[in-house]
Design a binder for this molecule. Structure first.
Ligand code: GLP
Length: 241
């Protein structure tokens, strides 16, 4: 079940997403599923501000959706680095309680270990962005709805979309390790944020399209509690108030 909220701009979207996450964090001992990308940056900024006013993460544990294969933790485009710079270093997370799949070493072992941790620690809230091709996490079109943590070859459109963060397209990794669709659906509540015109089609498919593995986000129609927070551009192809 979707609850859709549309805002004029990124600031409005970020404020709403913040309020949804703050409510969960305030409960204390909770598990968050976290995401990277440009969409959640405004939300993380507000969490950092709220921490200065007393919001605490000391009992929170977190699991990130994904990581690029082949980038070390300290690479400036690794998702670990992103999380550290935008959130972890500014708030009182116990770093032993923050988890990302490692994109190096024996990936089969990493995947099995991450899957085992996730299945024992279902997310109270899973934050998601969305790819312009409808991917969630790095579950690209065609990924099985039964998938668990796995290594995936990134689609060229995804590499192109993410090339803006790298010096050139050649530097964008070809593979990533990601939570599977099954892991995402385990969350009690899902918060999906999207802004910009290039997300409009994926959002329309997610809300109104036929459920199919070619468009991974359509599976969210089967989840009981999905809060969707959009700006006007991302909502431009759907009917809303
Ligand atoms: C990447 C991430 C996704 C994210 C997507 C959208 O591909 N793996 O989890 O949702 O980008 O990113 P952005 O918010 O920058 O548009």
């Amino acid at each position: 079940m979707f609850k859709v909220f549309v805002y004029d701009d990124y600031e409005g979207l970020s404020q709403k997403a913040f309020e949804v996450m703050e409510e969960v964090v305030k409960q204390g001992k909770v598990t968050l599923g976290l995401a990277t990308g440009s969409s959640p940056v405004g939300l993380y900024k507000r969490l950092v501000e709220a921490h200065k006013e007393g919001l605490s993460f000391k009992d929170v544990q977190s699991f990130n959706l994904d990581e690029y294969v082949g980038l070390s933790k300290d690479h400036d485009q690794s998702y670990y680095h992103f999380m550290f710079e935008h959130l972890f270093k500014h708030v009182d997370f116990n770093l032993d309680n923050v988890h990302l799949p490692k994109g190096e070493g024996s990936l089969e072992e990493v995947a099995a270990e991450y899957e085992s941790m996730l299945s024992q620690n279902p997310q109270d809230l899973q934050l998601l962005g969305i790819g312009s091709n409808g991917h969630i996490g790095f579950n690209e079109p065609g990924t099985s709805f039964d998938s668990t943590v796995h290594v995936i070859r990134l689609k060229e459109e995804t590499r192109q979309d993410n090339a803006r963060f790298f010096n050139s397209i050649d530097e964008v990794p070809h593979f990533a390790i990601t939570m599977g669709i099954k892991d995402i659906l385990r969350a009690k509540k899902i918060l999906l944020v999207a802004s910009g015109k290039n997300k409009a089609m994926a959002i329309k498919e997610m809300l109104e399209g036929k459920i199919r593995e070619e468009v991974p986000c359509t599976i969210l129609q089967n989840h009981p509690d999905v809060v969707v927070v959009l700006d006007k551009e991302a909502a431009s192809l759907i009917k809303h108030d």
